[in-house]
Design a protein around this ligand. Structure first.
Ligand code: NZQ
Ligand code: ZN
Length: 385
């Protein structure tokens, strides 16, 4: 096992009767900015509950954060913060709203010019406004981590940053509110969480059995519970299991002491940036392609994954690896998530563009052991044409 440091300060409130607790977490007298998306919180009753919980605070609202949130939108909120002397931010919605809030919180106190540098130049965040979240969509894990992914409309870029100042103070997880999700968003959530686990698990063995077993438990739970929620998003028990799985998939725990990959995400973000494809769908395209290219390098873990997650125990090693890749693809497709580029109208020219971008950014050896070179990324995408 590798050395590691683990720190996660996010207080979690999970379940049906939890929203009222937010008042105990925000200092009395604070000016609070509620940040939300394009309106789902008005339809599922979460807005009313949040307003009720914040009675007694001076509340300002900022709505209209779009999926794959834009820097341009976030910067409008930064302006409001200054005008209204906001002390505390409350993100209410899915991963996009929470990621935007993280960026807004950091940008508000950024002193080194244009906050885009946090993303484009990895300029470290040195402080941020405090914020909490109310989660209505299980998928990203952002409610319990320090990551944020922001897009820039003007340059069609999508970039991530990580900062210990971007842990939420608390997150309220609401499986009930997620019951209003359309099936396609549920499917996105299952696949995003699944690939988060894979990015931290499917590398090479480092004798870390507890991390492996945690990861496999999350994968198996997603395989069992995901289809139930896809069939019936209002199935509270199944949704609760999906939501907690998605949080556990990316809160740092299973990453302790093991190598990560994350190149599926790096390639996937380009497909979103260039074609607006939902984040999870980009992962479902890229993952099988990358495995086909790196099957030899990732052999030990592919075999372990096949055996422990999919019960693949017969056949030669090569046959078992094929079966593991096929099972994964079939699982994604069973949730209505297509895995080929042609399903999204994406052609060779996009692959060329992505490879050029990687070369220009000097992203020459991404992921697990630096195996994802621009040439590997090209091959992975070409497998999925
Ligand atoms: O905008 P509203 O009206 O709220 O509608 C949203 C949006 O249209 C809707 N929605 C959310 N909760 C709902 C609901 N509709 C009905 N009922 C509810 N209860 O769902 C749509 C998608 O929302 P979004 O927040 O975009 O989805 P998700 O949570 O999947 O977040 C995706 C973003 O997170 C980033 C992705 O790249 C993408 O930008 N990620 C963030 C990560 C992180 N910070 O750690 C890790 C991930 O790998 C990912 O990259
Ligand atoms: Zn993801």
């Amino acid at each position: 096992m590798k050395d590691f440091e683990f720190y996660n300060p996010v207080r979690i409130f999970f379940g049906k009767e939890q929203i009222s607790k937010i008042a105990s977490q925000i200092p009395a007298g604070n000016n609070v900015l509620i940040i939300y998306g394009e309106g789902s919180i008005f339809k599922n009753g979460v807005y009313d509950k949040v307003k009720e919980a914040l009675k007694g605070y001076n509340v300002t609202e900022f709505g209209g954060v779009e999926p794959n949130p834009y820097y341009e939108t976030a910067m409008k909120a930064v302006k409001i913060l200054k005008e209204k002397k906001i002390d505390f931010l409350l993100a209410v919605g899915g991963g996009s709203v929470i990621d935007a809030t993280k960026f807004i919180a950091a940008a508000a106190l950024y002193e080194n010019g244009d906050p885009w540098k946090i993303l484009a130049e990895n300029d470290p965040v040195k402080s941020s406004l405090p914020f909490g979240t109310v989660l209505t969509l299980p998928a990203t894990g952002t409610e319990m981590n320090k990551n944020s992914v922001i897009s820039r409309k003007s340059t069609t870029e999508k970039l991530a940053f990580v900062s210990p100042y971007c842990f939420p103070r608390f997150s309220v997880l609401l499986p009930e509110a997620a019951g209003s999700l359309p099936c396609n968003q549920v499917a996105n959530g299952v696949v995003d969480a699944f690939v988060h686990v894979i990015e931290q698990y499917l590398t090479y063995p480092v004798n870390a059995p507890i991390q492996d077993r945690f990861a496999e438990a999350i994968l198996i739970t997603l395989i069992e519970e995901g289809p139930k929620v896809y069939a019936e998003p209002a199935d509270y028990d199944a949704m609760a299991n999906l939501m907690w799985s998605a949080t556990m998939a990316l809160n740092g725990l299973i990453q302790c002491g093991v190598p990560g990959d994350w190149s599926v995400h790096s390639i996937g973000h380009e497909l979103t940036a260039l074609h607006g494809i939902d984040h999870a769908r980009t992962l479902a395209i890229v993952l099988p392609g990358l495995w086909k290219v790196l099957r030899e390098e990732k052999k030990q873990k592919l075999l372990q994954y096949g055996q422990r997650v999919w019960n693949i125990t017969t056949g030669t090693e090569e046959e078992r690896i094929d079966a593991a890749i096929n099972k994964t693809t079939e699982f994604f497709e069973s949730l209505g998530i297509k895995t080929r580029l042609k399903d999204y109208g994406v052609k060779q020219d996009t692959i060329d563009k992505i490879v050029t971008r990687f070369e220009e950014r000097k992203w020459l050896a991404l992921g697990d052991r630096g195996l994802t070179t621009p040439a590997v990324a090209r091959k992975a995408l070409e497998y999925q044409l």
